[in-house]
Design a protein around this ligand. Structure first.
Ligand code: GDP
Length: 590
């Protein structure tokens, strides 16, 4: 028997891969993924476990599983199996088609792959579905649909992310088997990781005589992406986009990952849609393509995308056919925007024209008011930075040697509890793609160039996206500044600094608690200070001062030799004769 994948077995048993995996986990076979293959022995065991669990008590073990003599697929009557138990499934919404982007190095076959899928599996082809330029199309396999974004490459992928839009559910990384992992493959991997999107590796051009799949597998493994056929987690499919080989298996994998992701949407819920292409047409005005992730977009809806609004005059599908609505997971061309909306902007549906206008105007005003500039210094960066104990870097250098040296030095910096993540490290000038990668996390990301600068386009995009770019020619300067940045990312550390001693001489009951009548024996006491209540040399309580008064007045500070009334927050156990050590918390300079 050939090796079988978990999802194939699940299909045979008439349950979902997720359910089978959960079941196997319970039964002592943990950590399996749907794309993992099992050998004959494990396969037999799984069938046995399934049978023993009593889900299909009258089911015979398939012959080929028992004796391993036949390659034939095992067919189990799904109707005999007990209805699958629902495990941790979202119950709201309905499953929707996954939205898929294709990424990879130039010439590795992204466009050819998209064409191959379009040619062989285009959905609705019987309706004469010749694709129009709506920047997305739908493929169909076993009656299930997959939406492909038709603009391949990580610039498009991250360009949309840079505007805060979440478009892609699953990324296909195309790697040519005769070329293996190249510079842009690495970039694409980093962009996909940064987006937190599941990935399927399509090892392409396997028809080429010099194709070397093992080398690709090896290079993937070296990047921590061991293929599942090699015992890892990375799903790989060997294809020839040119000859249309294994395209169906790739689509099968997409549906599988989609099932695992449990992509759902509520067609009647709020609309979540993103502009994926837009242009001005001389005859039709502003034309935009959008993909709907949730809710339903309808003709005549009032819509807003960034500072642009309008009423949907017409919706067109990929065949150029007029449609009245766009369901979740679908894409369409929209006519009716007053202006060309920006790619990557989210579409919101408004109740009325006035609401749509108001939202668009607010957005325009906000855009204009955003006078914050790209940080030009570390002080600027930290002034605008989010308060997080995290710093991310995109590191670019002039050569592999320089890159490795810089990376080594940076990774050796030890400043304690700061989470440092190198989003991407590569050789070459700082490019637009680097800026787009940093842009969604601009508040906590620095782009650092060692011996390289940003090209003109990148500098412009950095200005717009307010991404901090710093370049160095001396490694010592680079390390020193990054170390400084990391230190500033550390959570502030405080130390106690004693400022006075107070004696409790009297007690007064008030509605809010107990006020201690005190005498400041030494130093001073301030309203913002903390006190340590000490009785017979024993610490009774430590807390903040809730109120500080002299006679009837609230005061900020009382000096030594004077009397005051003092209440401790959430503590009424103070007694006459107690000593209060007064201290302030001071930030430690690291
Ligand atoms: P992209 O830059 O990643 O979009 O790459 P293309 O799709 O434009 O492909 C680059 C070149 O590789 C073209 O000449 C394709 O015909 C060729 N190509 C793409 N896929 C395959 C394949 O599976 N086998 C072979 N032999 N050539 C391929």
């Amino acid at each position: 028997m050939a090796k079988k994948r978990i999802y194939e077995i699940a299909k045979e048993l008439g349950i979902s891969s997720k359910e089978l995996i959960a079941k196997l986990d319970e039964m002592g076979m943990p950590g399996l993924k749907a794309a993992n293959s099992v050998d004959e022995e494990e396969y037999t065991l799984i069938l046995q476990l399934h049978r023993d669990e009593g889900e299909a008590p009258d089911q015979e073990l398939p012959a080929d599983a028992a004796d391993g003599s036949s390659e034939q697929a095992v067919s189990v009557d799904a109707t005999k199996a007990e209805a699958p138990k629902k495990r941790d499934r979202r119950t709201d919404g309905v499953p929707r088609p996954p939205i898929v982007s294709v990424l990879g190095h130039i010439d590795h076959g992204k466009t050819t792959l998209l064409d191959a899928i379009r040619k062989s599996h285009l959905a609705g082809r019987e309706a004469g579905g010749i694709t129009q330029g709506i920047a997305a199309y739908q493929a169909e396999l076993h009656g299930q649909r997959i939406t492909f974004i038709d603009t391949p490459g990580h610039k498009a992928f991250s360009g949309m992310r840079a505007r805060g839009a979440h478009v892609t559910d699953i990324a296909i990384l195309v790697v040519a088997a005769d070329d293996s992992i190249m510079a842009q493959t690495v970039e694409a991997i980093d962009h996909i990781h940064a987006a937190g999107v599941p990935m399927i590796v399509a090892i392409n051009k396997i028809d080429r005589p010099n194709a070397n799949v093992d080398k690709v597998m090896n290079d993937l493994a070296q990047r921590g992406m061991t293929a599942e056929t090699w015992g890892g987690d990375t799903i790989t499919v060997e294809i020839s986009a040119l000859q249309g080989e294994n395209i169906e298996e790739l689509l099968e994998m997409i549906l599988l990952v989609s099932e695992m992701e449990d992509l759902r949407a509520d067609p009647n819920g709020p609309v979540e849609a993103v502009i994926i292409e837009s242009h001005l047409s001389s005859g039709r005005g502003a034309v935009a393509s959008a993909v709907v992730r949730d809710g339903t977009l309808r003709e005549k809806d009032w819509v807003v995308a960034g500072s642009t609004c309008g009423r949907i005059k017409a919706l067109l599908d990929e065949g150029g056919k007029r449609i009245s609505e766009v369901a979740p997971g679908m894409a369409a061309e929209i006519l009716g925007f007053s202006d060309v909306p920006e790619v990557g902007s989210a579409i919101a549906v408004a109740k009325s024209q006035s609401e749509a206008r108001k939202v668009a105007q607010q957005c325009e005003r906000a855009e204009k008011q955003q006078v914050v500039e790209r940080p030009r210094s570390f002080d600027d960066f930290f002034a605008q930075a989010e308060e997080t104990a995290k710093l991310r870097l995109v590191l670019k250098a002039s050569s592999t040697g320089a890159l490795e040296a810089a990376r080594r030095e940076i990774e050796a910096i030890d400043v304690g509890d700061v989470d440092l993540e190198i989003l991407h490290a590569g050789v070459g000038v700082i490019s637009e793609s680097d800026i787009l990668l940093a842009s969604p996390v601009a508040e906590e990301c620095l782009i650092v160039g060692f011996g390289v600068k940003a090209d003109a386009k990148a500098a412009k995009v950095a200005d717009r996206a307010k991404v901090a770019v710093f370049t160095y020619d001396v490694i010592y300067d680079l390390v020193e500044e990054v170390e400084g940045a990391l230190k500033r990312r550390l959570a502030p550390e405080f130390t106690e600094s004693q400022i006075g001693i107070v004696e409790v001489r009297d007690l007064f009951k008030v509605p809010s608690g107990v006020v201690a009548g005190c005498y400041v024996a030494d130093g001073r006491v301030t309203r913002r200070a903390h006190v340590r209540v000490v009785r017979n040399d024993e610490e009774i309580h430590v807390g903040e001062i809730a109120s500080l008064r002299r006679f009837e007045d609230d005061v900020r500070e009382v000096q030594a030799g004077r009397e005051c009334g003092l209440r401790i927050r959430d503590f009424d156990g103070v007694e006459v004769g107690d000593r209060l050590e007064v201290f302030e918390m001071e930030e430690v300079v690291r």
